[in-house]
Design a protein around this ligand. Structure first.
Ligand code: SAH
Ligand code: SF4
Length: 384
């Protein structure tokens, strides 16, 4: 948990502070600064994240005077859904407009009695991995904590609604949408605190996963403030290849990254946890038998499981997804070496919601967002 109680500055466009993104400690500080008791923070957290209420005047147990005082300085503002698409397999994707006009996507993937929400942390990404469509967009800006946790709020509200008790649709969250979460450290940590917080979403630390391409100093810091599950985007068994696929490897090579992963695991109170090694399989690039053997050797002393992700194609990429046989062959080598290995099944492919396809058509970003805007305007017009 973070012990930061610093409250984010109020943005220029909105004079009022957005309470949606305040962690429990920040909310307590906010109420103390207002001259109010701490328990008021707990009441409002429950209104927002348990009951889905955003209108302060509806928060009946706060008392009229306090509600009036709050409405002068604060508001609860979720991000805005611009469009929603449903896949034939039950996956639902939202395009979400964030302040300043950028677009991000969140994807809910139901499977049996669980539903995993894939959350974005930045508009675009600066790290430019060669196989990732988000990377092709470049970096626009960090999301605020309210915009990050707001994706969880919106998904619940839009999919199934807020229900009494903890029967909310989202059971797991993965920080695997657009952006590199560790490059937006404070906001991501505040949002993840709310995911774990009983007064908000109350998810167990095993059910909230941060995925990183390997920003080592930030990963070392994360070990000090958070206990979420860790996934690392490795994608190559050696530095020569990883330098090409994941350019940040030139700064923090594999040995340094794996050492940081080991330290993260060692810092956890539960010593049985493992890091998930993500390995996107790209035909003819990193899917050969020798590379599987090299990977097995590399991970020998890392407490891990391996998740193989067959590459998802997108318009600007010349890479291909390997055949099913090539994926099975790679998997078998790792299984024979004694690893726990899963193969990520592609979900939501028909709505471009699979990994790496978020905001997939990036050739002309401006025209794309104006298309979205046109779509929203059309909705507004048709409603009006
Ligand atoms: N920036 C973070 C989290 C977002 S990417 C990271 O890189 O880990 C989430 C996962 O999807 C990462 O493992 C990423 O490498 C993978 N990914 C990106 N593009 C992909 C593609 N086109 N096909 C398959 N997986 C992809
Ligand atoms: Fe950024 Fe992750 Fe995509 Fe790399 S894979 S460009 S780190 S979002």
């Amino acid at each position: 948990m973070t012990d930061s109680t610093e409250i984010p500055p109020v943005g220029p466009q909105h004079a009022k502070i957005n309470l949606m993104g305040l962690s429990r400690l920040q909310m307590e500080q906010f109420f103390l600064d207002l001259g109010e008791k701490k328990f008021r923070a707990h009441q409002i957290l429950k209104w927002i994240h348990h009951a889905g209420i955003t209108q302060i005047e509806e928060m009946s147990n706060l008392g009229k005077a306090l509600r009036g005082k709050l409405m002068e300085v604060a508001e609860v503002r979720p991000p805005e859904i611009v469009s929603q698409q449903d896949s034939s397999d039950g996956t639902r994707k939202w395009a979400i407009r964030v302040e300043g006009g950028g677009l991000v996507e969140a994807v809910l993937i139901p499977a049996g009695n669980r539903a995993t929400l894939c959350v974005s942390s930045q508009v675009g990404c600066a790290l430019d991995c060669s196989f990732c469509s988000t990377g092709k967009q470049g970096f626009q800006r960090d999301l605020s904590a309210a915009e990050i946790i707001g994706q969880v709020w919106l998904a619940i509200e839009s999919y199934d609604g807020f229900k009494p008790g903890d029967r909310r649709i989202v059971t797991n969250v993965v920080m695997m949408g657009m952006g590199e979460p560790l490059l937006n450290f404070d906001n991501v940590v505040a949002a993840m605190d709310l995911m774990l917080e009983d007064l908000a979403y109350g998810l167990s630390k095993r059910r909230v996963t941060l995925s990183t391409s390997g920003v080592v100093p930030a990963l070392d810091r994360l070990a000090e403030v958070s206990e979420v599950s860790l996934a690392v985007s490795l994608h190559a068994p050696n530095d020569a290849l990883r330098n090409q696929l994941v350019p940040i490897n030139r700064k923090y090579p594999i040995a340094v990254l794996l050492e940081s992963c080991r330290n993260y695991m060692a810092a956890q109170s539960d010593k049985n946890r493992v890091v998930t090694i993500e390995y996107t399989l790209i035909e003819g690039v990193n899917d050969q038998r020798d590379q599987a053997l090299e990977l097995a050797e590399l991970l020998r002393d890392v407490p891990c499981k391996i998740n193989l992700i067959p590459f998802n194609t997108f318009a600007q990429s010349e890479y291909q997804r390997p055949s099913g046989n090539a994926v099975s062959r790679f998997w078998q080598v790792l299984i024979d070496a004694g690893y726990i290995v899963t193969i990520r099944t592609t979900r939501g492919d028909d709505i471009n919601a699979a990994c790496g396809q978020l905001v997939g058509e990036v050739v002309d970003r401006t025209s794309r967002s104006s298309r979205y805007r046109a779509a929203t305007d059309a909705q507004i017009i048709s409603v009006g």
